[in-house]
Design a binder for this molecule. Sequence first.
Ligand SMILES: NC(=O)CCC(=O)C(=O)O
Length: 293
Amino acid sequence: MAKIQAQPFRLALCQLAPSTANKQENIATAQRAVKAAAASTPKPDLIVLPEIWNSPYAVPSFREYAEPIPAVGGKDEGEGETIKAMREMAREAGVWLIGGSIPEIEASTDSIYNTATVYDPHGNIVAKHRKVHLFNINIPGKQVFEESQTLTAGSSLTTFTAPFGKIGVGICYDIRFPEMAMVAARQGCIAMIYPSAFNVTTGPMHWTLLQRARAVDNQMYVSMCSPSRSPTASYQAWGHSMVVNPLGEVLCEADEHEAILYADIDPSALATVRQNIPVTNQRRFDVYPDVAK
Ligand SMILES: NC(=O)CCC(=O)C(=O)O
């Protein structure tokens, strides 16, 4: 288990209005939310946006709205307007930004990804996560979705290190796969943050349960940031953006409407929980070596 090096920080989740068909309008909505979050007191250190916020969350839309995204540390030649706007949001606000996710096009392979980017307060891209587990489910009569019709899955885990600590990033359905959060915790992450968009079928079943489970399993903070719900959208997002502490307690939760949520993250809470209930030191990888590989 890697050592934790972190400081207390303030997290803000922007539960944006559902995306419309107008990309510029969606960008303006995100700009307003980031500005409002950054203007709050005390000022947040890290702001988070939801999953696929510049495009409708719909399989046929991903290619139409996709943009090229540079590699980590890459310059801005050829990057899309949403990436330029997010660099500017982080720079103007002087904050770290987990810019939710947007559809990305990789020109060399013509593949489309569901990709989250992270910016430092200078507008540099410090991390890029391509959704690893594509959301393909079929609950007849309720929720059917098949991201793999147009999306390609990413193939790596993602973390970034800020002055306030190391953070793991996943996207929505990724939270159902506990290995990702476990590896991040073992690498010294204090939080797993997932830009997300559950729906009104799976949201009430599993949204809170999964965040509390990942938090308790790994004794770390866990947070999901969703869009708000629109009665007219084809995909009804669950909303309920949330932050859970390392004991598995819900620190804050939105309802289904537009909102900005704030939470104070205290890394010493990880140490306290890990000392009181020392499962992190009691793992028996000698008994289940496959997991440790
Ligand atoms: N956008 C997603 O990955 C949705 C995941 C979801 O709703 C779930 O139940 O898992």
